[in-house]
Design a protein around this ligand. Structure first.
Ligand SMILES: Cc1cc2nc3c(=O)[nH]c(=O)nc-3n(C[C@H](O)[C@H](O)[C@H](O)COP(=O)(O)O)c2cc1C
Length: 173
């Protein structure tokens, strides 16, 4: 099974990125998408000739059986960086379907705080659902991520998440 992991933070020392790396390592056949900082701002004027970085990410999503989104929480929702990527992936809206339409997706949020970015998790699921993705049951919220990245409990939670979405039969889109 091919799995693409997309992480939503720009910064070099991102906990979310490290979490995405651990998740990719725990999932056979998984690859980590390039940092979303490579994408330009979504611009409808560019839709006819999407930039190369957009085309590359769309191809990766298209080729994946499952896409795992890993997001931090910014002001109670997902960062603009990730929203921007989802905007690109959600187009075209009609005619030829976007690469997100019907795509099985798994959602993960993380925060150094005590509630694990649950508001971002809800936002992420809402936005992906609005874009027509197939929301799998698999989801994880990681609190105090800054001190948990190397702990065994988190590793077990990631393994359980991977086992869950690997076994979850994809419904017909
Ligand atoms: C603009 C901004 C808004 C934030 N809002 C929240 C928030 O609503 N909830 C939360 O738990 N953490 C919030 N944080 C803290 C982030 O969870 C923290 O910076 C985290 O490390 C970001 O993820 P990263 O390590 O992957 O970059 C915010 C941080 C920034 C920069």
């Amino acid at each position: 099974m091919s799995v693409l992991v997309i992480t939503g933070s720009a910064r070099q020392q991102s906990h979310t990125r490290r979490l995405g790396e651990q998740l990719a390592a725990a999932s056979p056949g998984a690859v980590l998408a390039p940092r979303l900082t490579e994408l330009p701002y979504f611009d409808q004027d560019l839709e006819g000739t999407p930039p190369g970085t957009v085309q590359q990410l769309r191809q990766q999503v298209l080729a994946a059986d499952t896409v795992v989104f890993v997001t931090p929480e910014y002001n109670g929702t997902i960062p603009g960086l990730l929203a921007n990527a989802i905007d690109w992936l959600s187009r075209p809206y009609d005619g030829q379907p976007s690469v997100l339409r019907g795509k099985p997706v798994v959602t993960v949020a993380a925060s150094p705080g005590g509630v694990g970015g649950v508001r971002a998790l809800v936002s992420l699921r809402t936005v992906l659902g609005n874009a027509g993705a197939q929301l799998l049951e698999g989801r994880l919220s990681v609190s105090e991520v800054h001190v948990r990245l190397d702990d065994e409990t988190l590793a077990a939670e990631l393994d359980a998440l991977v086992a869950g979405f690997s076994a979850e039969p994809a419904r017909a889109a």
